[in-house]
Design a protein around this ligand. Structure first.
Ligand code: PRP
Length: 216
């Protein structure tokens, strides 16, 4: 009997580039150049395994609603998602960065007054400032947050920082300790975990070994 088909949601760019070597280590190879194809559903060397190419912020929805059995996405994206209908069994140790608060040199995180915080991560920002007992006004943006303090639209940003080059290029500095560490995670649809138990456990075990090898 053929194994049930398995679909894996990935995102073009950094996640795809760092996930493909891990998939390769478990013997899964796209049948074509996944980074450059215009196709959204890509075959692999296994007739029963397909790769879906979706936006990073859509990966949790595809996995939660069963559009994909598993997916790879950043913890930053997952923190903004409710997490219902998902398992998060594996830290892939790739896409490592930090969630930070930043602002123009000398800006104070505690005011005076109610500060404006521009961010792609309103949930993370709200929880962070709530924990501090600090009221802020959150402005939801979809990218290039570093611009907001420069043009006087916001006092602070909450964003991910990898090398720090983007902050530095825009004259911003990190304030205080990072909010949290971020990395890419394997996520699994709850129903698929039951229905496709064998295939998904094989994938998790194989990827776990590949992650250890990758980080040695
Ligand atoms: C992310 C983040 C920063 C940048 C940080 O943006 O929002 O802008 O990377 O990386 P660095 O510390 O190495 O400079 P991304 O490239 O994902 O695009 P975005 O602005 O659309 O979020």
């Amino acid at each position: 009997m053929n194994p049930p088909p398995l679909s894996i949601a990935l995102t073009k760019g950094r996640i795809l580039q760092s996930t493909l070597p891990l998939l390769d280590a478990v013997g899964i190879v796209p049948a074509e150049d996944a980074e450059n194809t215009r196709k959204l559903l890509v075959d692999t060397n296994h007739p029963d395994i397909k790769i879906l190419l979706v936006r990073a912020s859509d990966v949790p929805a595809y996995v939660e609603y069963g559009g994909a059995d598993v997916g790879v996405t950043g913890k930053d994206v997952l923190l903004e998602h409710s997490g219902r209908g998902l398992y998060e069994p594996l830290d892939l140790g790739i896409g490592v960065c930090q969630m930070v608060v930043a602002g123009k040199k000398g800006v104070r995180i505690d005011g005076p007054g109610i500060l404006r915080v521009a961010t792609k991560y309103p949930e993370v920002a709200r929880q962070f400032f709530d924990r501090r007992g600090q009221q802020v006004e959150i402005i939801k943006l979809y990218g290039s947050m570093e611009l907001a303090p420069l043009v006087g639209m916001a006092d602070l940003i909450v964003d991910i920082m990898e090398t720090g080059a983007t902050m530095a290029a825009n004259g911003l500095e990190v304030i205080g300790q990072p909010i949290c560490d971020i990395s890419s995670r394997l996520i699994v649809n709850k129903a698929s975990m039951k229905m496709k138990h064998k295939a998904i456990h094989q994938l998790i075990d194989g990827l776990s070994a590949a992650v250890i090898h990758n980080t040695l």
